[in-house]
Design a protein around this ligand. Structure first.
Ligand SMILES: Cc1ncc(COP(=O)(O)O)c(C=O)c1O
Length: 351
């Protein structure tokens, strides 16, 4: 299939960049030292590919992600790294699929009660290590773990998420701050016990040496925000759009807007052009000075935040030529048609 036949906006995945990212990460964090996070990529085909690089345990953010991973035969060791107050779907999942193991994060008596009521068997104690989100106070972790064990649950260890440090670009400061955060988690782990100290993400995977496993997700596909870290990953994810209008006053418009890009980390980018703003269905940009764009031309934009961008789309279209052509498009603006080699459903979307 030719990319010109795709309905735009269309999510494109460069398979060369994807493979590079998976090889790079598997080399740094082999086997179970990485628990790839499905919240970023939401795609069981991609998760299956990650198993070829040695990763067999996965992190999930939603019950839907757990259900989809189990249905795809990838649910042997899932960590639901989020609090849930209605866990009966997890209980059902465990009863229906013998080979499934879902470990659920708890951080309060309410989440512990919900886990027991819904039929959860395994938990980790989620400890707040600095990000103002979920996680119990470190001083409460041991009490919660004891209560969980009394309630018949297996406590596999602790998790924490130093999300506030992912984009700390000062290496020395990041090192120091991650160490401080992880000191809280390690202290809690000493009291809680269990084999897991689960933490980290794409932005801290190189400095967090205290976790037994890192929960990174974005590294596989990348976005322009994470690119600022320059950690050796390549941009694999793009959104193809069709140029609708080229205005004489110096701007052009294409058909990918707020409903095609997660924008909380900023505007999408288009190398050689200046993206001005997005509205619901449009992106308005100032083309490169020598570009001769016409309505009907295709352009390929880079999202600033991969997770919400992927969640907007039903599928990713694969090709080994997306990133190469993006470089060629720097001169002309318009991108060339490329061969699409596969379609992967974004089958873990929703809740
Ligand atoms: C609990 C948790 N772990 C890990 C991550 C790291 O994900 P990424 O590697 O995509 O930054 C996130 C991202 O939000 C998260 O919420």
């Amino acid at each position: 299939m030719d990319s010109a036949a795709l309905q735009t906006p269309a999510l494109l995945l460069d398979t060369v960049a994807l493979e590079h990212n998976l090889v790079t990460m598997a080399h740094r964090l082999p086997g179970m030292t990485l628990r790839p996070h499905m919240k970023a990529t939401k795609c069981t085909s991609l998760a299956r590919y990650q198993t070829e690089f040695g990763h067999h345990g996965f992190t999930c953010a939603t019950i839907k992600e757990c259900e989809g991973m189990v249905a795809a035969g990838l649910g042997g060791d899932l960590l639901l790294a989020n609090e849930v107050l209605r866990t009966e779907r997890i209980g059902k999942l465990l009863t229906a699929a013998d080979a499934a193991r879902v470990t659920v994060a708890i951080d309060s008596q309410a989440t512990l009660d919900a886990a027991i009521l819904g039929g959860v068997r395994d938990v980790v104690i989620d400890v707040n290590i600095g990000l103002p989100r979920c996680g119990c106070d470190p001083s409460e972790a041991a009490r919660l773990a004891d209560a969980a064990r009394r309630g018949g649950l297996t406590v596999r260890g602790v998790m924490g998420y130093e999300g506030h440090l992912m984009m700390q670009l000062d290496a020395a400061k990041q090192q120091e701050q991650v160490e401080q955060s992880m000191a809280l988690l390690i202290a809690a782990h000493c009291e809680v016990g269990g084999e897991l100290v689960s933490a980290g993400g794409t932005g801290t995977h190189r400095v967090n040496r205290w976790a037994t496993e890192i929960q990174a997700g974005s590294y596989a596909v990348m976005d322009s925000d994470y690119a600022r870290r320059d950690d050796g990953f390549h941009q694999a994810l793009f959104v193809e759009a069709t140029v609708l209008a080229v205005n004489q006053k110096g701007w052009a418009v294409a058909d990918a807007g707020l409903k095609a890009f997660g924008m909380d980390h900023g505007l999408p980018s288009l190398p050689g052009a200046q993206v001005l703003f997005c509205s619901d269905e449009h992106v308005t940009f100032r083309p490169g000075a020598d570009w001769k764009l016409q309505p009907g031309d295709r352009i390929r934009l880079t999202p600033a935040h991969c997770d919400p961008t992927i969640a907007y789309h039903e599928a990713m279209w694969l090709s080994p030529a997306v990133a190469l052509d993006a470089e060629a498009a720097l001169e002309l603006g318009a991108s060339s048609p490329i061969d699409i080699t596969d379609r992967w459903a974004v089958d873990l979307r929703g809740w």
